[in-house]
Write a protein that binds this ligand. Sequence first.
Ligand SMILES: [Zn+2]
Ligand SMILES: [Zn+2]
Length: 130
Amino acid sequence: MTKEQKVVPFAVLFVLLLSVAWSMIPFKFADVVNCKAPLFGATPTNSAPPTSFIDPVKDCLSKGKSRLSVSAVTAFVAVLAGAAVLSFKPISSSCAGGDHESCREWWLAAAMGDAGAGLGCQCECHAVDW
Ligand SMILES: [Zn+2]
Ligand SMILES: [Zn+2]
């Protein structure tokens, strides 16, 4: 394991903590309604002015849900990316063994785009022009 890879679990943990914190802080809807933290039900703590078209209970809940999904996706991606970095081998075992047909690791880098450059199998059998 490289020095960089040893940092990965801490980086993943940090992102996980951030995403949990993100779902535990109260937020504001449309600058008028204060909503409780998404994780605690996202209930409104004050009502909107009658002239506004805001339904505090509904709007807090839907914004709270979207915040929850953002933090869930963030945590999910962090864990996936961390696992990808930790499993990083320049050349997959199938390619190293000469069995290029069964190599399935190159697509990881392709799927991750720039972030995944250098993460997937680096065997030259995958160096095809798309
Ligand atoms: Zn190969
Ligand atoms: Zn390969």
